[in-house]
Design a protein around this ligand. Structure first.
Ligand SMILES: NC(=O)c1ccc[n+]([C@@H]2O[C@H](COP(=O)([O-])OP(=O)(O)OC[C@H]3O[C@@H](n4cnc5c(N)ncnc54)[C@H](O)[C@@H]3O)[C@@H](O)[C@H]2O)c1
Length: 258
């Protein structure tokens, strides 16, 4: 049976452990025959990633360190990736960071430094990654980032990350326009809440899960496999006419008013 991503080389950024959304995405991409390159931030993540890949019999084309808060690190990572792969067809940007103090309490108390840190790692990083990836995306391709409804509406405690996600979605649209002339599409998946390492940093996260189960049109939460399949669709030629889009994978939560 032919697979949707046969012959495509895709860079996956953001696997920290088996709960990571990027791990759900990895499984969907692998299932469709993609050749995968991974970036990790810390040695701790590298050990976990290697173990996960081994256990799941996924042979990576390359694994490379990349700190997205550092332009030199992004440049070095994509130079290595490009030199090894020649051409890349897709990038999964599944990373974000905010100091814990910005993820609870009063929004107006966010410090300048806390605001900048969240913007830097969670939003600007997409622009810097797209710039470096573009050099090797010579056959066109697709870049997909991960957002959340807190970009569009106020979600209690999501605070500084809500503003970073709003900037991320706007950056995604500007990149879609800019890179479209090179045949590169740029989209976002807006996932519902998934219990991951990062999610633990958001105060009251369990309440979000229980409210979703009660009120979402599908009356349940989503999982990272569902986010993985939607991301895979956006990386595949099935979505060849789609760019600048935010695809909600949230059991319908985003359509609710009260
Ligand atoms: N979990 C959720 O409920 C949820 C919902 C919607 C969107 N998202 C988004 O999904 C993405 C992945 O998060 P997750 O929930 O899988 O959590 P996670 O903790 O598993 O993954 C976050 C990743 O970001 C990486 N990261 C942070 N700062 C970095 C830096 N400076 N350089 C390189 N990597 C860095 C971490 O190493 C980690 O791999 C994030 O953008 C997150 O905001 C999560």
């Amino acid at each position: 049976m032919s697979q949707l991503l046969t012959g495509k080389t895709i860079v996956v950024m953001g696997v920290a452990n088996e709960r990571s959304i990027a791990w759900g995405i990895t499984q969907s991409l692998h299932g469709q025959g993609a050749k995968l390159i991974f970036t990790y931030r810390k040695d701790r993540s590298l050990e976990k990633l290697k173990k996960l890949l081994e256990e799941n019999r996924i042979e990576p084309k390359l694994v490379v360190q990349c700190d997205v808060s550092d332009d030199a690190s992004i440049q070095a990572a994509f130079d290595k990736i490009g030199t090894e792969a020649g051409v890349i067809h897709g990038v999964v940007h599944s990373l974000a960071y905010a100091d814990k103090e910005g993820l609870s309490g009063e929004f107006s108390d966010i410090s300048r430094a806390g605001y900048m840190t969240a913007q830097d790692a969670s939003s600007y990083s997409l622009i810097a990654v797209a710039r470096e990836a573009k050099k090797w995306m010579t056959e066109g391709g697709s870049i997909v980032t991960q957002s959340y409804i807190g970009a569009e509406r106020v979600v209690k405690n999501y605070n500084v990350m809500g503003v970073a996600k709003a900037a991320l979605e706007a950056s995604m649209r500007y990149l879609a326009e800019d890179l479209g002339k090179h045949g590169i599409r740029v989209n976002a998946v807006s996932a519902g809440a998934v219990r991951t390492l990062s999610a633990k940093g958001v105060a009251g996260f369990n309440e979000i899960l229980s409210t979703t189960e009660e009120r979402a049109p599908l009356r349940r939460n989503i999982d990272s496999a569902e986010v993985g399949d939607a991301t895979m669709f956006l990386l595949s030629d099935l979505s060849r006419g789609v760019t600048g889009e935010v695809l909600h994978v949230d059991a319908g939560m985003h359509i609710l008013g009260l």
